[in-house]
Design a protein around this ligand. Structure first.
Ligand code: HEM
Length: 158
């Protein structure tokens, strides 16, 4: 069979999609927990180091989200399955939340903490970042659950 007649659903290994999606989830979980733990327990220098590490971590998160989305739509092909429709609906919210909220928040927090500025702006941006991060963890978690169900690795919960 020539490449032009191959079905789109077979052009991407599901494993690549699954690994990229799981990487996005684990990255946000690491950002979230390191933020909460450092701000509750650590000194300002440690908080600043965590904020800088998170800013660099965007270089992992953003490509992981992009690869997940692109490979997901390729895998889905023209499928009208309800689980696929749900994943398609969540993906733009996940992407917008990541690119429009998490990225600017992470960069702002890295700059402010490097200056030792933990004032009201830092607090507000930090709160927004934690809410957006939690929202994405829930949405990405649902996409992982539905993906594993579609792949036959998890029993459908109905
Ligand atoms: C952040 C978003 C997403 C995450 C974390 C995610 C995660 C996963 C995971 C973990 C799997 C199981 C892979 C395996 O075990 O082989 C999977 C499968 C799948 N995903 Fe996603 N996914 C996401 C977005 C999407 C989107 C936007 C689509 C497009 C509609 C999509 C379509 C699929 C399909 C069709 C499968 C089944 C692949 C197969 O036939 O085995 N996913 N996904």
């Amino acid at each position: 069979m020539s490449a032009t007649t191959a079905r789109p659903a077979r052009t991407v290994p599901p494993l690549v999609h699954g690994i990229a999606g799981t990487t996005a989830f684990v990255t946000i979980l690491a950002f979230w927990t390191s933020t909460v733990v450092s701000e509750l327990l650590a000194d300002a220098a440690t908080v600043a180091a965590v904020k800088l590490t998170i800013a660099w971590g965007l270089l992992l998160l953003v490509p992981a989200l992009a690869v997940t989305g692109l490979t997901g739509f390729r895998l889905a092909g023209g499928s009208a399955a309800p689980l696929v429709a749900g994943k398609k609906r969540r993906m733009p919210v996940i992407a917008a939340n990541g690119i429009l909220v998490l990225v600017p928040c992470a960069l702002t927090l890295a700059v402010l903490s490097a200056r030792g500025d933990y004032g009201p702006t830092f607090q507000a941006v930090q709160t927004l970042e934690l809410i957006a991060g939690l929202t994405n963890l829930v949405l990405i978690g649902k996409n992982i659950r539905d993906g594993l169900t579609l792949a036959g690795r998890l029993a459908a919960t109905g």
